[in-house]
Design a protein around this ligand. Structure first.
Ligand code: ARG
Length: 415
């Protein structure tokens, strides 16, 4: 373990707020914040972004065993709204619907509020120095006057050292999160990584999946209603954001929908193998894009992916408050004023496919597309003749010029 060089080692009567999950990393941080950083008091904060109930029980129990003052903040609604905003942006990062990424700033802000309310002078997380989360947390926290502390990274801790230290100190680290995989779950996605899953050639066993059943031959359809790009109803029934996501996770997960096994380029440049489950995200993203296909002009369809790509990049970086994001959101919101309608998707073999879409804003004219009508808005079929004559004109010209140059005899060399 390397000695850190924090200027707070001399702090007295100082309080620090710790992002607390009750797992090994954050549990060892509790005594270390006192021993190594000189804080007198540590408070733990767990933010609810839709983790399973068992995780809160684990955090509660561990906090109690540690004698840690523990706060739980419910941020599910705020997070669900951000997730549905990401649908308007058709946002994925390299194919990943950004669940962990989008949750981090929400969690970071909630912890910062508690820290400020409780008069803390420091704020800490248990992230390592290899991942994205340290950057996402700190991007929010470094905008405050609190001392930002990352004990695991700053003290160079390893899991092995943490286990020995916990044993030595008699810290409550039994049970929870000691399984084979490192898992991060929230409303939008469940991420599974670590151990042999890190090997890109290792085929994941079926038991890493909890939200999705192995796809079978069974199929079904489901209808999603959007208002201004925002999903508001499923099969004609209205849902609030949290409930809508929960319902779709369960419904589509039963059909094996929403598994991603991918190579992911982290912010620090590391390429890692990741596995995700996100049934609701898959259904909503597919359906939403299907509706945009109907109501957007070609120019809008060509342009929006550029905005979406930037949106997803910033969301991946945890920079949802970047000024660029506000500009992108303004474009996206404007574009969504006609993304109202219903889309039916078919769930089949673990896949989602749009099979029907309807909207009052459809840029679609049956008479224009049909083979059975002669004129459209006073335009006759034969009016296309001129266009057809011009089409490809420049290519034909360029090719013939090139051909001529090839066949022309070379000029005699000057001497
Ligand atoms: N790689 C993802 C991200 O950076 C998710 C990481 C989740 N963490 C975990 N321990 N499973 O957003």
């Amino acid at each position: 373990m390397t000695q850190h060089t924090s200027d707070s080692t001399t702090a007295s009567n100082q309080k620090v707020a710790l992002a607390f999950s009750g797992g090994l990393d954050t549990t060892v941080c509790v005594p270390l914040l006192k021993e190594e950083y000189g804080y007198d008091e540590v408070i733990g904060v767990t933010v609810d972004v839709g983790q399973p109930k068992a995780e809160f029980a684990e955090a509660e129990e561990t906090a109690e065993a540690l004698g840690l003052e523990h706060y739980v903040v419910d941020a599910k609604e705020e997070f669900a709204e951000l997730c549905l905003d990401s649908v308007k942006a058709n946002a994925t990062y390299q194919g990943y619907p950004l669940g962990t990424a989008m949750a981090r700033p929400v969690i970071a802000k909630a912890i910062l509020s508690v820290a400020e309310e409780q008069g803390c002078t420091g704020i800490a997380h248990g992230c390592t120095g290899k991942g994205n989360d340290q950057l996402r947390f700190e991007a929010v926290w470094r905008d405050s006057s609190l001392e930002v502390i990352a004990p695991v990274r700053e003290l160079g801790l390893t899991r092995k050292w943490e286990k020995e230290y916990a044993d030595e100190k008699g810290l409550p680290v039994e049970g929870g999160n000691e399984g084979d995989w490192s898992i991060d779950t929230n409303l939008w996605s469940r991420s599974v990584e670590g151990k042999n899953l890190e090997d890109p050639s290792y085929i994941p066993p079926e038991d890493i999946y909890e939200w999705t059943d192995a796809p079978t031959g069974e199929t079904t359809t489901i209808e999603i209603t959007f208002e201004n790009g925002y999903p508001v109803a499923v099969d004609g029934e209205s849902y609030e954001p949290v409930e809508l996501i929960e319902y779709l996770n369960e419904f589509a997960g039963a059909y094996g929908v929403g598994r991603t096994d991918m190579m992911e380029d982290r912010m620090l440049g590391l390429k890692v193998r990741e596995n995700y489950e996100h049934p609701a995200a898959t259904v909503l993203l597919e359906a939403h894009e299907g509706l945009e296909q109907l109501v957007f002009t070609k120019e809008e369809r060509d342009f929006k992916p550029q905005v979406e790509n930037q949106w997803a990049q910033k969301a991946y970086e945890g920079l949802v408050d970047a000024p660029l994001m506000k500009s992108l959101d303004a474009y996206i919101d404007q574009s969504q004023t006609k993304v109202t309608g219903t889309v039916t998707v078919k769930l089949q073999g673990g896949m989602v496919r749009v099979v029907s879409r309807e909207s009052d804003f459809a840029v679609y004219s049956e008479s224009a597309a049909s083979f059975n009508t002669e004129t459209v808005d006073g335009i006759e079929q034969e009016d296309a003749t001129g266009v057809a004559k011009y089409h490809g004109f420049q290519s034909r010209l360029a090719n013939s010029v090139a051909k001529q140059a090839e066949t022309e005899p070379e000029l005699p060399a000057d001497d």
